[in-house]
Design a protein around this ligand. Structure first.
Ligand SMILES: Nc1ncnc2c1ncn2[C@@H]1O[C@H](COP(=O)(O)OP(=O)(O)OP(=O)(O)O)[C@@H](O)[C@H]1O
Ligand SMILES: [Mg+2]
Length: 270
């Protein structure tokens, strides 16, 4: 039993962790992994893939240190300025409160986004409890049939990401093929093991694999990897241009696009 985090989000009783029967096998997917591994990129592209398939999808961006809403598409593509902070500042979460604070995309009708706005940080709003975070995830289930949560890596200090990991129906665990990712997992997995975290609901993903990296080598360190997502220069350039939701058309992106399609099929059956 780890007791250095007593009283924190990682000291929840096991009984509280029993998941409710989901309407479908996987409705809520948390995307988690080492810093810079591609969590936001994969969350955004997966959400776009589902939206392109005419599936209503809600994308929750947990990062309060680096709000990602201003980074994933030009601000002019978004309908209005609403913030995740307004939800977390409430005493209780309701379906209506979530709907009032969703940001819709002008060109992607099936996508709705919840995140912090440019300039906001963790101190912009009052502190929130893990119970409230759990309420948010629970009520999100009423808002959209597919929910993708872009978690932060610093789960010991980020209640929403930590609760998302525990409450999600399934988790993508991203790593890069480098020592940093291996070190991150060795450091953070013990926090979750203590919660009897359901290892069966996790998919290991080798992310942003570059041509000079031995994609196979990571398997010898991590065991079976369910998905491999190759590096794409085109995708990286879209991110640089602040348009992660843009179209990928070049041959260079084929491997990545196929990977996302396989992921959507396997996890959501879409
Ligand atoms: N498959 C990929 N091909 C090309 N570039 C990628 C790919 N995946 C991620 N990247 C790039 O890697 C960088 C980090 O990606 P991203 O911001 O999605 O990671 P993250 O895990 O969300 O990071 P953080 O820990 O800061 O939240 C970005 O520049 C992104 O464009
Ligand atoms: Mg991120």
């Amino acid at each position: 039993m780890l007791n250095f985090m007593k009283g924190s989000v990682f000291s929840r009783k096991q009984a509280e962790l029993v998941p409710e029967e989901p309407a479908q096998d996987v409705q809520v997917l948390a995307v988690w992994g080492s810093p810079g591994s591609g969590k936001t990129t994969v969350s955004v592209r997966l959400a776009k893939y589902l939206a392109d398939q005419k599936k209503n999808v809600a994308l929750l961006l947990c990062d309060m240190t680096t709000p990602m809403l201003p980074c994933i598409c030009p601000p002019s593509n978004l309908e209005c300025e609403r913030s995740l902070g307004s939800i977390l500042a409430a005493t209780h979460v309701t379906d209506l409160l979530i709907k009032q604070n969703c940001v819709t995309h002008k060109k992607l009708d099936y996508l709705t986004i919840i995140g912090m706005l440019k300039g906001e940080n963790v101190f912009t709003y009052p502190p929130y409890s893990q119970e409230l975070a759990a309420e948010l995830i629970d009520h999100l289930r009423d808002v959209a049939p597919y929910i993708i949560i872009d978690c932060g890596s610093a789960i010991a200090h980020d209640i929403l990401s930590a609760v998302s990991l525990l409450e999600a129906d399934s988790v993508l665990r991203l790593v890069n093929c480098d020592l940093k990712s291996v070190s991150y997992l060795s450091s953070q997995l013990p926090l979750l093991k203590d919660q009897k975290w359901d290892a069966d609901k996790q998919y290991k993903v080798a992310s942003n694999i570059k041509s000079n990296q031995a994609g196979e080598h990571i398997e010898s360190v991590l065991g079976n990897v369910a998905f491999k997502l190759p590096h794409s220069d085109e995708l990286d350039n879209l991110a640089l241009a602040g348009n992660m939701l843009g179209e990928l058309t070049l041959k260079d992106s084929r491997g990545f696009r196929k990977g996302i399609a396989r992921l959507a099929k396997e996890v959501f059956g879409v």
